[in-house]
Ligand binder design. Structure first.
Ligand code: SAM
Length: 214
């Protein structure tokens, strides 16, 4: 991933944030050694940020769309209240298997369920309510996922949508399908009277969304 902040700033921020515990570092190392496109992993800075949100919001049901190797699910699970749970959706069997292994050997095995299959199909089956949603799978499905989860949110729920700056490419005329989809998502969210949002310039862009007037 290309840095979208000043050179060195992300490294400085990471060095001045609480480091990952040993088992999370292992998940990261294993991901970089074993999976193609390992840069899809959230990374320590964003994982810690998600964890802080979960700690503050105290969600009982977290929904994650896009498990990969389980790193962000584990980061969020670590901050859950005692009755909290992370349900995470993954389309790729190999990713789901690796995530299940990582989760099983973590201290949070009882707090995370991996659902295999296309996220939109899984969402159809899930009743909610969801208190916190982390969207991090197919960028071209972000708007559809948003519409699918909105009716299933609890009153004070929050959504965090990852990669909304896409290496900064949202700024430029670019016909790459993911950039086009993310630009459309960003435009739709900020214009939607049902929603309030802030696009945080963390890492690759993380948009926090909540329903307006709650
Ligand atoms: C960016 S990675 C997730 C990274 C993970 N959240 C983390 O921070 O470590 C995106 C994941 O979404 C999965 N994915 C892509 N399209 C999907 C879909 N339609 N339904 C469910 N998962 C999908 C990919 O296989 C990949 O594992």
């Amino acid at each position: 991933m290309k840095p979208i902040t000043l050179p060195g700033i992300d490294e400085y921020a990471e060095a001045h944030s609480t480091p990952d515990p040993a088992f999370m570092r292992l998940v990261g190392e294993n991901t970089w050694q074993s999976l193609t496109d390992p840069q899809m992993i959230s990374g320590p800075l964003q994982a810690r940020f998600l964890q802080m949100l979960v700690y503050a919001l105290r969600p009982r049901q977290v929904l994650e769309i896009g498990t990969f190797s389980g790193y962000s699910a584990l980061a969020m699970a670590a901050a859950l209240p005692p009755d909290g749970h992370v349900l995470t959706c993954e389309i790729d069997d190999r990713h789901a298997a690796m995530a299940r292994d990582h989760i099983a050997s973590s201290p949070y095995a009882g707090r995370i369920t991996v659902e295999t299959g296309p996220a939109l199909d899984t969402l159809d089956r899930l009743p909610g309510p969801f208190d916190f949603v982390f969207m991090d799978a197919a960028k071209q499905e972000y708007l559809a996922c948003l519409e699918a989860v909105l009716p299933k949110l609890s009153d004070h729920a929050m959504i965090a949508a990852d990669n909304t700056l896409w290496n900064g490419e949202v700024l430029y005329e670019d016909d790459d399908a993911d950039v086009v989809a993310l630009r459309a998502f960003n435009d739709a969210v900020v214009a939607d009277p049902r929603l309030e949002c802030v696009l945080v310039t963390l890492r690759d862009g993380l948009t926090l969304i909540r329903r307006a007037g709650r």
